[in-house]
Write a protein that binds this ligand. Structure first.
Ligand SMILES: C[S@@+](CC[C@H](N)C(=O)[O-])C[C@H]1O[C@@H](n2cnc3c(N)ncnc32)[C@H](O)[C@@H]1O
Length: 282
């Protein structure tokens, strides 16, 4: 049986992502206006294993955080991290980002969603998700969202799949429609979700990193069910060295002292709830 995106994510998430979402998370939280402080109340929406929360707690240990995700396995990981680090002022909930109705209006100073949108299999979920983020923010609060601008590494999987089964269309579970990779898409979701003209978008660069090309390939192969779902074990074994070669050929592949990495570009969208969203200028 194919894993759902949520179950696939819930184990080995950080290894599979090679730190790329953590690097993005640091950029998201470092450039906020108003900034996060120890008195902020933050919703880490679609929190995964709690990477955004962890980065916040490193800088602002007393900040109050609610971390939510639809995958119980992710929430278990967050609970484990809370206990391990002895964090106070932090709670968790299993919630769908499209429906935060158990959360009151106007409570949060910051709502952060790192790579949670759109919901897999629901490409039109954007405005619904943003409406909920907007609703739970207080006036003066800020929502931050990140989405991918490119996914250069998908072509390496595609080429590896075609090398093994040249006459079969490769799996496309992870493929996003090109319009979802545009800056204009993230702006539109924020506008339609309620932020009106109080919206900004920026680009960010991040990397999936490993100590060696072999390790990087092994990390990425943790997602093999999403790319080689119909392959036999023997075919998957043959695909791995081809994937390794394909990764090394990517435009953004680099070797550096201490390892290798693949560069990726993302968008950061910021919406501020000013309370003037309904005003229409003449
Ligand atoms: C790419 S991960 C991002 C995780 C995390 N924010 C980070 O910084 O790495 C996407 C997350 O969205 C969660 N997710 C998927 N669909 C969801 C939904 N409908 N509601 C809430 N979370 C969802 C998944 O379980 C996964 O943890």
């Amino acid at each position: 049986m194919l894993p759902t995106t949520a179950t696939l994510y819930s184990s080995n998430y950080e290894r599979m992502s090679g730190n790329c979402t953590r690097l993005l998370a640091t950029q998201l939280i470092s450039t906020l206006t108003p900034p996060i402080t120890n008195t902020s109340y933050i919703l880490d929406n679609a929190c995964g294993p709690g990477i955004v929360s962890e980065q916040i707690k490193l800088l602002h240990p007393d900040a109050r955080i609610l971390a939510t995700d639809i995958a119980p396995g992710m929430i278990d990981e967050v609970k484990h991290v809370i206990t391990k680090n002895g964090w106070s002022n932090m709670s968790t909930a299993i919630l769908d980002i499209r429906d935060l109705r158990i959360l009151e209006d106007g409570k949060f100073s910051h709502v952060i969603m790192n790579l949670g949108m759109p919901v897999p299999g629901d490409p039109t979920s954007g405005p619904k998700i943003v409406q909920e983020m907007f609703r739970v923010l207080k006036i003066g609060g800020v929502a931050v969202i990140s989405t991918w601008a490119d996914r250069v590494w998908l072509s390496a999987f595609r080429n590896a799949a075609l090398a093994i089964r040249p006459n079969e269309i490769p799996d496309s579970f992870m493929t996003l429609a090109p319009e979802l990779l545009r800056a204009s898409w993230i702006v539109q979701q924020l506008e339609e979700g309620g932020f009106g003209t109080n919206v900004e978008v920026r680009s960010c660069v991040t990397y999936t990193t490993a100590a060696s090309l072999e390790e990087l390939t092994g990390n990425m192969m943790l997602a093999k069910e999403m790319f080689f779902s119909r392959f036999t074990d023997e075919e998957i074994e043959r695909a791995e060295p081809i994937l390794r070669e394909e990764l090394a050929k990517l435009r953004t592949f680099e070797r550096f002292e201490g390892g290798v990495r693949i560069g990726m570009k993302a968008w950061t969208g910021v919406g501020t709830k000013k309370g003037d969203e309904e005003e229409v200028s003449a």
